[in-house]
Design a protein. Sequence first.
Length: 280
Amino acid sequence: MELPEVEVMRRDLEKDVVGRKVATADVRASRNAMRVIRRHGKRKEFTDRLVGRKFTKAERRGKYVLLHMDDGDVLVVHFGMSGQFVRGTKRVPLPQHTHVVITFVQGGDLRFFDPRTFGEMFVTAADELGKVRELQHIAIDPLDHVFTWNAFGGALTQRATKMKQLLMDQKFVSGLGNIYSDEVLFGAGLRYDRLSDSLSSQEVRRLYRAMQEVLQEAIRFRGTTLDDDAYMDLFGKPGEFQNELKVYGRTGLPCRRCRTPIQAVKISGRNAFFCPQCQS
DNA sequence: GTTTAACCCTGCACGC
DNA sequence: TGCGTGCAGGGTTAAA
């Protein structure tokens, strides 16, 4: 789950979970459930900080969601690649690999399931957030209004890294993963292996604009739901952006712009998809 | 400074 | 049919 999916989830949570009060919290009895709340030694340590609390705000930092509560604590959630929230009720059976169930005083519940358990959730005090290592290093959000193409260009020349890796580096710019880094680079007409300090100012502007456009569009289409990655929104509905993808997963298919077959290469263990004609 | 690989995990596609 | 293998990926970490 990358920035657009996390943002869609955040908006859904803001609409449907903020304002609700926790009646019960349950961490399921499995090894992987404990993996999900790995920061807490015991289930009770986690659940005690949720029960009786009301959610007051849903915030996003990079690919993290922060659910603030009325006592100043925060439920921090990272979805990894297969983590999901879904709203439910007692009558709806729990999905496979459900690790945490939070029920509300107002009725209904919130389930967290995650087959591959790369996801994580934990509760911390809001004023301790600055001490959480993963959150400290999250770079500026590409959709933040303080993020200007000027500042972006300056940061790019400070480094000499292949563009794909740099875009996926959460310490450099937050929110992009394997799918959207490829889509952004295609939108900018840049190859995955261009070095960041080799970009002209025109290319920097193109990249900046492509980043805004791709991410905003992906949010508008409510995220990308691939066959092998069943991302769904809070209400279990898939996204639509997979139909708009220009390069990701399209190996051998004609480029939507120039008809040249899309290529895939391995770069540091990840697939990079690109059009050899449109990107240079 | 930058890059690579391994690790955590399950589901699925593939070949035999 | 059923099994083993390889791959997918976010983020961290150790090693090159």
